[in-house]
Ligand binder design. Structure first.
Ligand SMILES: [Mg+2]
Length: 253
């Protein structure tokens, strides 16, 4: 399937590492420790999810985006202010405490999927490997350090450091130039159709859409399900996989 591929780029969150699960338990822990009295953590996660879905629409605006690119703290704390506002509470100290605890508890739970290191080890001698991840510069660097994966990659592209992220085509062009590959020689492996797969197809890359069973964001709310669907008229990825090992038989040896 992927004859001629020389470079393999990966998305980070929920492709190589189990981000949503860490975020979900980090949130529960934060609200269990520092949530307002009388409000169960589960209920607060629901309020967080609603506030998050609304706030997400504002992040690309000039009011927030430049600050979001630099550091995760500003929008994470604002997100907690808005969560408390959902239940009519204004409490700056508590918002900061929740934000800090959420970050710490999430980071301490961040894990690579068990197949990630195995597959990266196998691919590293044969392909130029790269990482393309969206998010604030400080947070994405912190994740890469926590997971100890920097040494695998010839190219690391972070939205916060570049000033723009996926799905912008320029990100994919920059990635090609960093590993000196043509679009047809370049494969992208990612969990989001909209942010990873569609723009990679548009860039002329080969694509593997990874759909892990844990890939449900906490913004779906407790017990929620928000599995991303490909729009009917949108192009298909070359392959769809459930874990990274399933990629191996498709790659040139
Ligand atoms: Mg992802």
């Amino acid at each position: 399937m992927f004859a001629g591929v020389r470079a393999v780029f990966f998305d980070l969150d929920d492709t190589l590492c189990e981000y949503w699960e860490a975020a979900r338990s980090g949130l529960f822990e934060a609200f269990a420790q520092h949530g307002p009295p009388g409000y169960p953590a589960e209920e607060m996660v629901g309020h967080w999810a609603k506030a998050f879905r609304n706030f997400l629409k504002e992040i690309p605006h000039p009011d927030w985006y430049p600050r979001y690119l630099k550091t995760a703290e500003i929008t994470r704390t604002e997100q907690m202010r808005r969560t408390l506002a959902e239940i009519g509470i204004v409490d700056e100290e508590r918002a900061k405490q929740l934000s800090e605890t959420y970050m710490r508890e999430r980071d301490s739970r961040l894990r690579l999927f068990e197949d990630s290191i195995e597959v990266l080890d196998l691919l590293k001698p044969k392909f130029a490997l790269g990482l393309i991840t969206n998010g604030p510069a400080d947070l994405q660097r912190q994740e890469i350090n926590t997971l100890k994966i920097e040494r695998y990659f010839k190219a690391i592209l972070i939205e916060g450091e570049m000033g723009e992220g996926k799905p912008h085509l320029s990100v994919f062009r920059r990635a090609e130039s960093m590993v000196d590959s043509t679009p047809n020689e370049t494969l992208f492996v990612g969990n989001s159709y909209a942010h990873d797969i569609r723009p990679a197809i548009d860039a002329g890359w080969r694509t593997a859409w990874i759909r892990r069973p844990t890939d449900i964001p906490p913004s779906a709310g407790p017990g929620g399900s928000a599995v991303e669907k490909k729009p009917d008229d949108a192009p298909n990825p070359d392959i769809t996989i459930n874990n990274l090992r399933e990629l191996l038989p498709h790659l040139p040896s």
